[in-house]
Design a protein around this ligand. Structure first.
Ligand code: F6P
Length: 491
């Protein structure tokens, strides 16, 4: 019989590289707080609403550095949410090795299969140094902050670590606070074992062992769970119970589980009715052509932006009757602008757009309208009015754009969805599925989406909305908390 406090009833501590908000100053120098970038903020906000706790994050701005220097957690209010955040300050050079070399691109590229292996990556002294002098110390400082926050043996705390930035944190927390209950949620794909062999044995072993110091390792899909379990055999030669989805590590059983993340349709609809969204909508509708093809992404290589544009180019070649009747609106949030691979990718994206616009456009019509800016209200406005939404990621942990778009769209627009997104497990049957590398298929998918009979469009979009409403964010939170209790009871 398990003893102690059920983890579901303990104090919650979440740790992620980024905190929940961004600090800016308005033109008069007054401080302004906005929601932080990335999908993680909305889903953790939903979890903290029902289970209040402390959020531990790396300080990213001057204001966060100031709060970090205080050593204690800070109360931050944003709209209807109140966050308790503890920021950790890192020396800039250490953080840069951690973020710009190891986390992005190295781990991100491995987990999204983005390396072109005939040419990259070189694991040289540079990468090994970045691991030892960047990734390891950042993880150590995260662990120290968590241990300090929980105090004692951890028996009163539930700690949830998030993502690929913190693979080495759990063992240090467990060593200092042996009664803590630990879960790590990996929000990106888990690559198959051979791809992990890009990393030298010492590094890949540390990553798998780091994750296995948790009580539960969580992913968005069953497929990533299976990849991880197989990895435990291939990399660490550990015994796996495939039926129970667990790994035996010494005296401990580690559960490996899938919890497909979702959105909160009600909050999204409320956000989409704001004055700023209505204003964006008005401007959008003024310029609207007969058809709107939309994509909304972080400017990231995993999103497969260039192939999406090339597929649109091919679509216009094959179906010239659509010329001047359609706009491909591409909304990109700038991302990782200090990472060389991202700078180069942005340049190639813009080059591709210029070529296609020159080839097909004229003085009155620009086929592709690209906006690179952090403008969530514009994305919400555009969701309402697309005829087709392109989500053609090379690989993607989940992809919440597919879900957000479906909830807000008024035109029974069609979802074009890569079979390599986590969302495909839930929505693939009702979307027009595509292989992200096959541009002929994507060009055809655009045509099919725009010419689909109204009844079929209605049926598909209603089914997507139904799945998203049913697999709500509450369900995501509740499933995890039910497993915290179940795992604790099971020992
Ligand atoms: O889950 C992946 C993630 O951590 C999300 O929070 C977000 O989409 C992205 O990666 C954030 O990347 P970055 O923090 O590098 O901007």
């Amino acid at each position: 019989m398990a003893k102690g406090i059920d983890p579901a009833a303990r104090h919650l501590v979440v740790a992620a590289n980024r905190g929940p908000v961004s600090f800016h100053s308005d033109p008069s120098g007054e401080p302004v707080v906005t929601r932080g970038p990335g999908g993680l903020v909305s889903v953790l906000t939903a979890m903290l609403r029902s289970n209040p706790g402390v959020w531990i994050a790396a300080a990213q701005s001057e204001e966060e550095e100031r709060l970090a220097a205080k050593g204690a957690s800070a109360e931050i209010k944003l709209d209807r949410d109140r966050y308790t955040v503890r920021y950790i300050s890192f020396d800039a050079a250490t953080y840069s090795l951690f973020y710009n070399i190891v986390a992005n691109p190295m781990l991100w590229f491995i987990q999204h299969y983005l390396w072109d292996l005939g040419r990259h990556p070189d694991i040289s002294e540079n990468e090994i140094t970045a691991w030892h002098d960047g990734y390891v110390p950042v993880n150590r400082l995260f662990a120290e902050a968590i241990v300090d926050e929980i105090g004692g043996d951890g028996g009163r705390h539930l700690v949830i670590l998030h993502d690929y930035h913190l693979y080495l944190t759990a063992p240090l927390v467990r060593a200092a606070a042996p009664k803590v209950f630990l879960q790590q949620f990996v929000h990106i794909p888990w690559a198959q074992s051979d791809y992990w062999r890009i990393l030298p044995p010492e590094l890949r072993t540390a990553i798998f062992e780091g994750l296995l110091a948790n009580d539960i390792v969580a992913f968005h899909t069953q497929h990533y769970v299976d990849n991880f379990l197989q990895g435990c055999v291939d990399v660490l030669d550990l015994p796996i119970d495939y039926a129970r989805k667990s790994v035996r590590v010494g005296e401990r059983d580690v559960w490996v589980r899938a919890y497909p993340v979702s959105i909160d349709p009600q909050s999204l609809r409320a956000a989409a009715s704001s004055r700023r969204v209505t204003e964006e909508e008005r401007m959008l509708l003024e310029r609207r052509r007969e058809y709107l093809l939309l994509r909304v992404d972080r400017l990231d290589l995993s999103k497969n932006i260039i192939r999406g544009f090339k597929a649109f180019d091919r679509f216009l070649d094959l179906h010239p009757e659509f010329k001047e009747r359609i706009t491909f609106l591409a909304l990109f949030q700038p991302s990782r602008e200090d990472v060389e691979e991202y700078v180069e990718y942005r340049r190639r994206v813009m080059e591709t757009v210029a070529e296609i616009n020159t080839k097909h456009g004229n003085t009155d019509w620009m086929p592709i309208d690209v906006r690179i800016q952090d403008n969530y209200p514009l994305a919400l406005a555009a969701y309402k009015h697309y005829d087709a939404l392109m989500v053609n990621a090379i690989f993607d942990g989940m992809n919440l754009v597919a879900k957000e778009g479906a909830i807000l769209n008024w035109r029974q627009g069609v979802l074009i969805l890569s079979e390599n997104t986590g969302a495909y497990e839930e929505l693939g049957a009702f979307a027009v599925g595509v292989n992200p590398f096959d541009m002929e298929e994507q060009a055809e998918a655009i045509h099919r989406a725009l010419t689909m009979p109204a009844t079929e469009k209605r049926l598909r979009s209603e089914q997507i909305v139904e799945v998203v409403e049913r697999n709500s964010i509450e369900k995501w939170v509740n499933a995890q908390f039910a497993d915290f209790s179940a795992k604790f009871a099971a020992g």
